[in-house]
Design a protein around this ligand. Structure first.
Ligand code: PBG
Length: 305
């Protein structure tokens, strides 16, 4: 009666990795229970999530054919575009949230194009806008740009509007830190930068005011949701964003946060189920309305019971 915070299955977005090839279901070594799935098997996972009541999915592509500009991100028959078409066809009421970035498709693993050994912000924006439009054309319901280039929301908004997608909202990864918690994801998506790091575009974990500046500029550019990423070490930032803006706030419970829990549980050192509920509840208590999490199916199961 007096409990203030509740988890609901409709709070969650479930990330799924789609890999090129046939009949593939590879477990990600650092993420037990998370798989890379080929297009012919990905609907098994989507269906499982759907049947548990999950209504938001995000696809990440894993491809071997990479190039300097990340062409695989924006081609019409790109792997995420194909997965989106399949999922929307079978489940029209399932929300497909598209992660708009180039790092899974560039040979160097950076989130934009490289000129003179660094990411060229403005050149990257053009390709990101193309990527967003191709995702919307494939049926994505929400565009979620995670690349952290300056001005990405404005450029993507304009491109979507021009292409006839005025109604498609933007879930901006507004506050994204240059975090060591992304390690397992980069194994899963094969997107580790081949040189340097992402510190020229992602944020310094020591900064709080910068998070507010990032969020503010994204709102001015037209963001409809604000995301904070990672979540667990940034609960204070989630609260700041919640208190200062009136759009839905999304927390990304990232791969490293998932891997730590799974590793400790495997050793029998913690009670996984209780810990997961406690972690996700803390994110909601901090102010998140929506949580992107690899635990989505597990929690849905607990909640359904
Ligand atoms: C970048 C992107 C990253 C994640 C999702 N999209 C991070 C990165 O490599 O910088 C990480 C998600 C996770 O760790 O679960 N496009």
């Amino acid at each position: 009666m007096v409990r203030e915070t509740h988890l609901h299955v409709e709070d969650f977005i479930y990330p799924i990795f789609v890999i090129e090839g046939e009949n593939i279901k590879n477990e990600v070594p650092s993420m037990p229970g998370v798989y890379q799935l080929s297009l012919d098997r990905v609907m098994e996972e989507v269906t499982e999530a759907y049947n548990l009541g999950i209504r938001g999915i995000m696809f990440f592509g894993v491809v071997s054919d990479k190039d300097e500009i990340g062409t695989g991100a924006f081609i019409e028959d790109g792997i995420v575009q194909e997965a989106t078409r399949l999922a929307k066809k079978q489940y029209p009421d399932l929300l497909i949230i598209a992660d708009t970035c180039l790092c899974e498709y560039t040979s160097h693993g950076h989130c934009g194009v490289i000129h003179n050994h660094d990411v060229d912000n403005d050149e990257s924006l053009k390709l990101l806008a193309k990527t967003a439009v191709s995702q919307a054309q494939a049926g994505a319901d929400i565009i979620a740009p995670s690349n952290m280039m300056d001005g990405f929301v404005a450029v993507i908004r304009e491109a979507l509007d021009e292409a006839g997608f005025k109604h498609i909202p933007i879930m901006s990864y507004a506050v994204k830190y240059a975090s060591s918690f992304y390690g397992p994801f980069r194994d899963a998506a094969d997107s580790t930068p081949q040189f340097g790091d992402r510190k020229t575009y992602q944020m310094d974990p020591a900064n709080r005011l910068e998070a507010l500046r990032e969020a503010e500029s994204d709102i001015e550019e037209g963001a409809d949701f604000l995301m904070v990423k990672p979540a667990l070490s940034y609960l204070d930032i989630i609260r700041e964003v919640r208190d200062n803006f009136n759009v839905p706030v999304v927390a990304y419970n990232v791969s490293g946060e998932y891997a730590m829990v799974k590793a400790a549980a495997e050793k029998g050192w913690i009670d996984e189920r209780k810990l997961v509920i406690e972690m996700l509840t803390s994110m909601k208590r901090a102010g998140a309305d929506i949580i992107l999490t690899y635990f989505a199916k597990d929690v849905a199961e607990y909640l359904n019971k």
